[in-house]
Design a protein around this ligand. Structure first.
Ligand code: NDP
Length: 449
């Protein structure tokens, strides 16, 4: 019997922590997990999952509009925010219970309280109890960054967006990344007046430029306002309850009902007690780990957003699983970070895998670009001008597909499947050799010229 209370103590029951706890327990470890808020973490409780449900909910606006061209008469259609919100939150409750039951059925002890590291093998719970463990895993995730400006407290982040009492009639969203574009699409479709305020003149840095430009153009057509190179100065609350956002560049202030900050997320390490064990962090405050997720302290590991490698749920899950196999499964292994597909659930959504055109030109040199710029059949019949864009980047020397990027309906669904081919290193010829599945949007991938 070990001298420790547990073999593994996981701090944070999000995507990475729950996977690590479950697999370690399955490998025979005695596992405990502490969660100060709700089991499930950002993705399940206040991120990817409820966001996707809001995306579905908001999409009905355009579907109902288009329905007329397909012969449907839908009279008196109205939208009720609270109904959507409450159904989404109810499903979050269901998932929360499912995650908890996964932990329970794997005999993982859950402490529903905050845990602080108090030594290399010890954590102290909010109740004052100290628990020892042979290994500690930090999986506390990330937290939204809000700017240090007067009145920032009047703004919300994505954390609060799921609980709004009312749908804001006018919302100003700060940031031009994932969350800003996704929520802009949701709020706009549901009828809000939306302004995106970005500090630079680029949205969605890291995605292919042509695809980003297409989203910008479509978003503007849908009525989303963009203000670029506009740093916030302050936010004021007026006597009537409305907010006024002021900018440093002399641009006119904007009156609105809500300001949402979507200006990135930082590792959640505040008050975690890292100094008590001497765990090292980098300049961005992320916990430094090696390829096996081990920190500079031999008994302490970290996975997921708190390490700020790739802030994506499926990556945190893989890290948690690899950690468990390495430390408790007798199978040391690392995560392959190559060719990770990702998507933005904007309206329309976009998705990409592999190198963008500019990255390929910089790193590979001679590249061939194939694009398909088309109007999906459904949009044609609906009288919607919105066009999709698919783009394939190939190595001109050996025909290998280096990157695939797309914007249009169901782009994330289509790209997930196509990403297998890119990850496997297939060539453009392999795509061409595949017979088209007609009529579909995805067939464009095997018909690229
Ligand atoms: P992002 O990193 O995507 O975007 C942050 C945006 O805020 C950028 O436009 C950035 O500008 C801007 N910004 C950063 N700092 C400041 C600042 N101090 N003042 C003004 N603007 C600033 O972050 P998000 O918050 O949108 O999302 C956080 C992370 O969560 C994402 O990186 C992603 O990994 C994950 N996520 C993934 C989703 C998905 O997979 N679909 C959905 C939602 C989130 P600049 O470009 O100039 O740096």
């Amino acid at each position: 019997m070990s001298d420790f209370d547990f073999d593994l103590f996981v701090i944070g029951a999000g995507s990475g922590g729950v996977r690590a706890a479950r697999i370690s327990a399955a490998h025979g470890a005695r596992v405990a997990v502490a969660e100060e808020y709700r089991v499930g973490g950002t993705c399940v409780i206040r991120g990817c999952v409820p966001k996707k449900m809001l995306v579905y909910g908001s999409h009905f606006a355009e579907d109902l509009e288009d329905a007329a061209r397909f012969g449907w008469t839908i009279e008196g259609a109205t939208f009720d925010w609270k109904t959507l919100r409450d159904h989404v939150l109810a499903d979050v409750d269901r998932l929360n219970r499912a995650y908890q039951s996964t932990l329970d059925s794997n005999k993982v002890t859950t402490f529903h309280e905050r845990a602080t590291i108090s030594g290399a093998n010890a954590v102290t719970l909010a109740s004052g109890k100290t628990v020892t463990a042979k290994v500690i895993l930090i999986a506390t995730g990330g937290w939204p960054v809000t700017p240090d400006i007067p009145g920032a407290e009047h703004g919300i982040t994505s954390n609060e967006a799921f609980h709004l009492e009312e749908l804001p009639k006018r919302i100003v969203i700060a940031g031009g990344g994932y969350i800003a574009n996704e929520f802009a699409g949701i709020f706009r479709a549901l009828g809000s007046q939306v302004t995106i305020i970005n500090r630079s003149d680029k949205i969605l840095r890291g995605y292919d430029e042509q695809i980003r430009d297409r989203l910008l153009q479509i978003s503007m057509t849908k009525g989303i306002d963009f203000r670029f190179n506009a740093p916030f100065e302050r936010i004021e609350r007026q006597d009537d309850g409305c907010l006024v956002a002021h900018f440093r560049d002399g641009k006119p202030p904007i009156e609105c009902d809500a300001v949402m900050f979507a200006t990135g997320r930082k590792p959640k390490i505040d008050g975690l007690g890292l100094d008590n064990a001497g765990v090292a962090v980098n300049e961005q405050g992320a916990i430094v780990v090696d390829a096996y997720n081990r920190t500079n302290v031999t008994s302490i590991y970290a996975v997921g957003d708190v390490t700020d490698r790739v802030q994506l749920t499926p990556v945190a899950i893989r890290e948690g699983h690899a950690f468990a196999d390495t430390v408790f499964g007798g199978n040391p292994r690392t995560v392959d970070y190559g060719c990770i597909p990702s998507a933005v659930f904007s309206n329309p959504p976009l998705a990409g895998v592999g190198l963008t055109e500019s990255e390929a030109r910089k790193t590979v040199g001679q590249v061939k670009i194939y694009t398909s710029d088309f109007r999906p059949m459904k949009n044609v019949l609906a009288g919607r001008e919105e066009r999709s864009l698919y783009k394939m980047i190939c190595d001109a020397g050996n025909d290998r597909v280096l990157g695939l990027h797309m914007i249009g309906p169901d782009a994330p669904e289509i790209l997930q499947a196509a990403a297998i081919a890119v990850k496997a290193g297939l060539t453009k010829q392999a795509f061409d050799d595949t017979v088209a599945l007609h009529p579909s949007m995805a067939e464009e991938l095997v018909l690229l010229k």
